[in-house]
Each structure stands twice: as structure tokens, then as C-alpha cells.
Design a protein. Structure first.
Length: 271
């Protein structure tokens, strides 16, 4: 079996997994980098082989030119997964990452190796999670938007000169997300789980239910307390959901380690 290199430019490791552990690939939000997700997802290690995508133009790839579309990102990520692991993966994408993760799932399915599961977070199928942001929008307006959405390190929010260095990548990602259009419903075969915050004005539970139409497999919706970046405040619940999805899909021998999704969070159904 091919193994992922720890120096991979596209897929950054989170800890060291035990031999034979299943793989979870996390796809970040607009402006996001691997460093944001490492502490969030570390509790899944060593029972899962966790990798976080690092987009060109982000994080320690900030000197690289960003790609211009969701589809271009998905094609490169799918190709990288093809070359580094023969095992099916579970995909988890937040906000922009939900769209990219979906397109990665489509490409892996077309290659005859569908993912074991797709988890889409902070994005419905009827409305983009960000308002239109023109290229010339003042920095101050965009910084105010970041504060509203959360998900930005408080240290950076107190150091505007550092945060402004990230604004070009964020502007680019927002345009990429808004330019994406879902194709006519292309059904996946894997289970799909949608996650949203109950106070997220741009990714509502109603919009997230639309993901059910994109798979012939099982669909579930989990609604968390919080806004667009419920992830940090609800980390334990998020980890429980991801752990359950990985364990139930892979039928792990240590399935008892994974806790079922809390009943008060889940609205389950089949397509």
C-alpha cells in the first residue's frame, strides 16, 4: 500500500496514526490554512490518519500562485490522493472546503475509487456562505467581516498588520467560492453528512439539507450551537461526529472508541 509522505505539499499530517488507521482528509475554508485545523482534529489521532489540505497561496505555500477555481483545486487534490494512497478516504470540508471536498469526491468516484464518506460543513447548496466581495473592497470592511464570521486567531485580529497580509488570499478564495456553480445533480454513492451552526446566517439547516440530493447513499444533518465557525467552540462534538463517521464506515475493530452522534444534533434520513 502506498503511504503519504510527511513532506507532502498538498496534504499536511496531523500527528502519527497507528498502522492501518483509516484516512481523513480535511479541506479548509476560504483563507484557511492547515494550521487552523491541526489542533481541532488532533484528538482523532492515532485512530485516524488525518491530513489537512494546504492550498497554493496559503500558509507556508503563500509564495505560490493560487488556483482559480473549485474544480482546479479538486482535480489537483484528487490526483494527489491517487498518487499517495490506494485506500479510500473520508473527506471533510468546511465552507469553501465543502465545495472542493464535494468535487474531489466526484473525481474519485469517476476514477472508480469513491470516498468512504463525505462530510460537508458550513455550506448549503442554495446559497454561498459569503456575500459578494469586489476586488477593491477596503481592508477595514473585510476585517469587519472576519470578526463577524469568527474563525480567525484572536492574536491576528489584534495585529491588523499581520492580518492584512492574509487578505489577498481570502479575497481570492471568496471569488473562487462565488464563481462556483453546482452542476446538474451528480449523485455520489458514498454517505454524506452535512454540519452547520444554528446561528450561521449564510449556511442554514434548510440549505444544508439540499446535500441529500447529491448522493444515493445515506444522508444525515447535524446542527451545532454556534455560527459559521462553530468548529472551535464545538470541537468535542465535531470530533465525535467525524470519529463516528470514520468508524461506522470503515467498520473498525475498535468501533467502541467512537461515540455516536448525539441524538439532539442529528436530523437523519435517506435519499
Amino acid at each position: 500500500m502506498r503511504r503519504m509522505r510527511t513532506t507532502d505539499r498538498w496534504l499536511r499530517p496531523v500527528g502519527t496514526a497507528r498502522e492501518g488507521a483509516p484516512t481523513l482528509v480535511c479541506v479548509p475554508h476560504a483563507g484557511g490554512a492547515a494550521d487552523y485545523y491541526r489542533p481541532l482534529l488532533r484528538p482523532l489521532v492515532p485512530h485516524a490518519n488525518v491530513r489537512v489540505v494546504e492550498y497554493p497561496g496559503h500558509g507556508d505555500r503563500s509564495d505560490e500562485a493560487p488556483l482559480s477555481s473549485v474544480e482546479a483545486l479538486a482535480e489537483r487534490i484528487a490526483a494527489r490522493l491517487d498518487s499517495c494512497t490506494a485506500s479510500p478516504v473520508t473527506l471533510f470540508g468546511h465552507s469553501l472546503g465543502a465545495l472542493v471536498g464535494y468535487e474531489v469526491a466526484v473525481r474519485l468516484t469517476d476514477r472508480g475509487r469513491p470516498p468512504h464518506a463525505l462530510v460537508v460543513s458550513g455550506h448549503g447548496v442554495t446559497r454561498p456562505p459569503w456575500p459578494n466581495v469586489p476586488r477593491e473592497i477596503p481592508d477595514g470592511v473585510l476585517l469587519d467581516q472576519l470578526r463577524r464570521y469568527g474563525g480567525t486567531d484572536e492574536v491576528l485580529l489584534k495585529r491588523p498588520e499581520l492580518l492584512r497580509a492574509q487578505l489577498p488570499a481570502l479575497r481570492h478564495d471568496i471569488r473562487v467560492a462565488r464563481s462556483y456553480r453546482h452542476p446538474p445533480v451528480q449523485r455520489l454513492t458514498c454517505p454524506v453528512t452535512a454540519l452547520v451552526g444554528d446561528a450561521d446566517p449564510y449556511a442554514t439547516a434548510h440549505a444544508a439539507r439540499g446535500w441529500a440530493a447529491f448522493t444515493t447513499g445515506r444522508f444525515e444533518l447535524a446542527v451545532f450551537p454556534g455560527g459559521h465557525f462553530y468548529l472551535s467552540s464545538q470541537r468535542d462534538q465535531l470530533v465525535r461526529v467525524l470519529s463516528d463517521r470514520i468508524a461506522s464506515t470503515y467498520h473498525l475493530a475498535d468501533h467502541s472508541r467512537a461515540t455516536s452522534v448525539p441524538a439532539d444534533l442529528v436530523d437523519a434520513g435517506t435519499t
